[in-house]
Write a protein that binds this ligand. Structure first.
Ligand code: NAD
Length: 263
């Protein structure tokens, strides 16, 4: 299937590693021009270079913290000035810490809202007006399976990402007639740097090795294995593509069957 992404201009947030990196690479493989960011200039540049070497696509990496208004504006401006427009926005960020209700302070909720909701909303505010004028646009948010089935101990993710999903659905209806689609990809357990560290930390806390922790997670997944980041990225590229033109307002679970609900 030709995704029709050749020469489309994509910005991918939080993409020096993990799912964001894989999404940027998948879009580049499909021929898009890609701008990516992370909080670290060197790591962003290295990620962009790696993708460029592998795909031959034009890829630019810069330092931008997605919780900063100024950085987000600079990121979008760079893409608009260098490539003339932004066709595709992939929103992503790091994860919020694990906590229970008793442990979670109001400040933690505020921070999580900044990291996992406002980061996406502010980037959308920056790109949607011009997408509307050109009558074409794709927004794909990386969220989590927690939007369909809350995960024990991940109170902040369960709370904030559900809110962002409501926002995305609302935005999708407001901009649908302008040729813009807004969708989310909800990854299940995915083997990234972060997940590897998490397995180490959670394992240590419960007297298990990292490998045992990963096995426990895998045992809860009908496919009996974690995803790799490329499997998540393929869905991001599809939803960003021309071929997904009649899909909007959805959350696509990419979870090996982890979520048990029908909807
Ligand atoms: P990761 O730690 O491997 O990668 C996160 C990327 O985001 C890195 O490039 C990091 O530099 C960048 N980043 C973090 N905070 C940033 C900020 N404020 N501004 C700019 N860049 C920032 O993580 P991942 O596993 O790829 O996860 C990506 C997202 O998907 C997270 O929100 C995570 O909670 C969510 N998620 C992950 C999994 C999983 O199993 N890996 C499952 C469900 C949801």
């Amino acid at each position: 299937m030709d995704f029709g992404l050749r020469d489309r201009v994509a910005i991918v947030a939080a993409a020096s590693s993990g799912i964001g990196f894989a999404a940027a690479r998948e879009l580049a493989r499909e021929g898009a021009r890609v701008f990516l960011c992370s909080r670290d200039e060197e790591r962003s540049k290295a990620a962009a270079y790696k993708i460029h070497q592998e795909t031959g696509a034009e890829v630019v990496g810069i330092r931008a913290d997605v919780t900063s208004d100024k950085d987000a504006a600079r990121f979008v401006r760079l893409a608009e000035e260098s490539a003339g427009r932004v066709d595709i926005l992939v929103t992503n960020a790091g994860g919020s810490p694990a906590s229970t209700f008793a442990e979670t302070t109001l400040e933690m909720y505020r921070k999580a809202f900044e990291l996992n909701a406002l980061s996406a909303i502010r980037l959308a505010q920056l790109v949607v007006p011009a997408m509307r004028e050109r009558r074409w646009g794709r927004i794909v948010n990386i969220t989590s399976i927690s939007v369909k089935q809350p995960i024990n101990g991940l109170l902040l993710s369960n709370t904030i990402r559900a809110g962002l999903t409501g926002w995305a659905k609302t935005l999708s209806t407001e901009v649908a007639a302008d040729g813009i689609t807004v969708n989310s990809v909800a990854p299940g357990y995915t083997l990234t740097e972060r997940q590897d560290e998490l397995a180490e930390v959670r394992g240590r806390a419960s007297g298990k090795t990292k490998e045992e922790m990963i096995e426990i997670w895998a045992s809860e997944i009908p496919m009996r294995r974690l995803a790799n980041a490329e499997e998540i990225a393929a869905s991001v590229a599809f939803l960003a593509s021309e071929r997904a033109s009649y899909i909007t307002g959805v959350t696509l679970l990419v979870d090996g069957g982890w979520v048990r609900s029908l909807y």
